[in-house]
Design a protein around this ligand. Sequence first.
Ligand code: SF4
Ligand code: SF4
Length: 493
Amino acid sequence: MSRISKDDRRLQLQREAQGDHLYANRVRVYPKDVHGVVRRTKWAILVLCLTIYYLLPWLRWSRGPGRPTQAVLLDITNERFYFFNLELWPQDIWLLAGLLILGAVALFLVTSLFGRLWCGYTCPQTVWTDLFMWIERKIEGDRNERMQRDAAALNADTIWKKFLKHSIWLAIAFWTGGAWIMYYVDAPTVTVEFWTGRASNEVYFFTWLFTFTTYVLAGWAREQVCTYMCPWPRFQSAMLDDQSFTVTYQGWRGEPRSRGKRVAGAPQAGDCVDCGACVMACPTGIDIRDGIQLECINCGLCIDACNHVMERTHQDKWLITWDTLARQAAKKTGRHEPIKILRPRTIIYVSVLLVAMIGMTVALATRSTLELSVQRDRAPVFVPLADGSIRNGYTVKIANKTQMNGAFDLSIGGLPGSTMVIAEGDPKPVTVLRVLSASDEVDTFRVLVTARPTALTDGSQPVDFVLRDSATGKQTVYHSTFMGPPGYAGGVR
Ligand code: SF4
Ligand code: SF4
């Protein structure tokens, strides 16, 4: 209830400030630098995420001669996805979909336990914005200096510093856009092609597109993305309950807030000295003392800011802390509320995660390395031959997902006496076709099957195409049909 009323109040204030206008100008946020355990943790995660992102495309992985050597490669041109030893074909796209679903459920679980941890620490928007702000601080100074500079008239020093800042931002954005492309095309190859003008138009287009979006989103839009563009804050409240850990101002301890020195034993003075350090540190420009808010990304930088103030005023640290609403309500009345990790929603999320993970692992381990698909010709559906037999045409696809060339035997079950020939191949009919298939290839060819079926009462009969690996004996079967004139019975109508 209190969150809604606070939001409503803010909206009302905004409307009052903008009068009859529907559009309110952005109030620029100048976050102040903070130091502390949260800030150090954020730096560590930022460095880890960026190191993985920028360097992963350069990691090599041996897959044998003539095969891609990039450990992680989304080879859209050749319809393959390489992830270290794992190679996915278009037919395995369900695995990627499954991974995305796993990621979503894991995010639901983390949110229900720890609030917007993803937003505050690992979301790309947060990570790059943090990096861009660090560069801004290094060049233009901390909050006060930047505010004064922006409020003052332009001078040579400001022009030079802004030029330098935007140049570095653009360079990082370009590096980011380029790195993204390297997940789709071999990194060393595309780098050489890019700088020698031999890369494809798509490579240039997407590199500049991602350069532009990184520069705009991390350099200019910043907290506006989290507040207005991203849908996640809107539906994350469905995953939160009063047992979820979030960044919380301990109002029962801080209120009534008042400025000035604390005197031991003085009545009615809360721990909050109303210094505003938490607000100045906030990258989204909000006051955590107003309660949980849509704009709060749970980064915890206000915790560091307040801890520093608490140290200086010789009070206990963690006036702003990570805690649950239930525990805070209990503390307010002097009770102790235990942490509840196991709750119906977390149990459901963990169960779904476990089932999905086990299912995907089993499916991945038992995934076939040989696939057969057969499409019957639609026109003509069948061809009656002069000797009274019937001929059907089929398009056969064999996907050899192994790393070795193979010889495979194709036969038909359920159609005694049938023979096959490869259309435009050797015209000699055989009962078993020997097919050679190169490793990591899909072979497509047309097969003409001739038979005198005896069970075509309704004009069709089921048949099985059987593909057998001559080296391993492994078989794969594709169910199809053989068509003919209704009532046909072995050539005698
Ligand atoms: S209120 Fe605190 S945790 Fe929330 S966004 Fe601002 S600094 Fe981060
Ligand atoms: S930093 Fe701490 S003491 Fe200062 S205003 Fe914020 S909550 Fe109060």
